[in-house]
Design a protein around this ligand. Structure first.
Ligand code: GLY
Length: 294
């Protein structure tokens, strides 16, 4: 029994690639990396990898992470510029006892020393989007836009589970700003004896609740769907009660039986799943927890 789940419609091709790999008895570590790399290299997806959302200085600064649900090892990078596949750099950091999470110039130095080649990530289109939208942000007309992280959680036929994330973070963020996506427990978490979860949305709010860890712990007692719904609803309510508002929060999860779930506090959150028994599925979930195929 194998399965793989990912955030947003942009992950469909990646889930298909990863799912096919799992169907051929491939490892979950390779399957989830394959899925995220497919999104990172595609310029059409504007919030991840190539042509991602530029920061205030007009640079594409990327965050990514990888977690192995068997060993609980974490590898992560943040604020890294000009590498095509931050997720692969994150994966390569899994194994050391120390130095698992590297940032900025240190992460870039590590990447070069370990055979990752520089790749210009600010595309012409991303530059044009920056020129257009920066006026809106500076004029106070719009909040920071688009923070759609690609997150993938999977289980292979050996019951090995893993998860990974990749994002350019918020549009027009301060240089050096880091969101939830590379932070274990917040943007992602997996323990293969229970399951894995990952989050997308406003990192500053997601990290206030360590939502991915919360969902994994809840899955000890309940289904992935119930865990996602309970975690998002109660934390959304708490943010509104304590702070008057809550940023966008959407989550996906899969348990050690390959059952899956998703929840959101926005109008419509698309996600994609592929399992051994049900094949490729595309869904949307809304704030009420209603899920429909699409
Ligand atoms: N969730 C992505 C970010 O806030 O950077």
């Amino acid at each position: 029994m194998w399965g793989i789940i990912g955030t947003w419609a942009m992950v469909e091709e990646g889930i298909l690639l990863g799912g096919r790999h799992l169907s051929e008895n491939g490892s979950v570590m390779d399957a989830i990396e394959m899925a995220v790399k497919d999104v990172e290299k595609n310029e059409a997806y504007t919030s991840v990898g190539l042509g991602g959302l530029p920061n205030e200085a007009g640079q594409v600064e990327l965050d990514a992470a990888f977690m192995d649900g068997k060993t609980l090892s974490v590898g992560a990078v943040a604020g890294i510029k000009d590498f095509l596949h931050p997720v692969s750099i994150a994966r390569s950091l899994l194994d050391g006892v120390f130095n698992n999470f590297l940032i900025g110039p240190g992460a870039e130095k590590y990447a070069i020393e370990n055979g990752f080649e520089r790749y210009p990530m600010l595309t012409q289109k991303a530059k044009e989007r920056w020129e257009t939208h920066k006026l809106e942000v500076e004029g106070g007309l719009a909040p920071y836009i688009g923070h759609d992280t690609v997150c993938v959680v999977g289980i292979d036929s050996h019951k090995h589970m893993a998860t990974c994330t990749s994002t350019s973070g918020l549009f027009y963020k301060k240089e050096g700003r880091v969101g939830d996506s590379p932070i274990p427990g917040s943007g992602y978490y997996v323990d293969e004896s229970i399951g894995g979860a990952a989050a997308t949305g406003l990192g500053e709010d997601i990290m206030k609740g360590c939502l991915s860890y919360e969902i994994v712990m809840k899955m000890k007692e309940m289904s992935p769907q119930a865990a996602c719904e309970e975690a998002v609803k109660s934390f959304n309510d708490k943010l509104i009660e304590r702070r008057g508002k809550a940023g966008d929060i959407s989550v996906v999860a899969m348990n050690s039986e390959g059952e899956f779930g998703a929840a959101t506090n926005i109008e419509c959150f698309p996600f994609v799943v592929m399992t051994q028994t049900r094949g490729l599925m595309k869904f949307e979930v809304n704030q009420k927890g209603e899920i429909k195929s699409c």
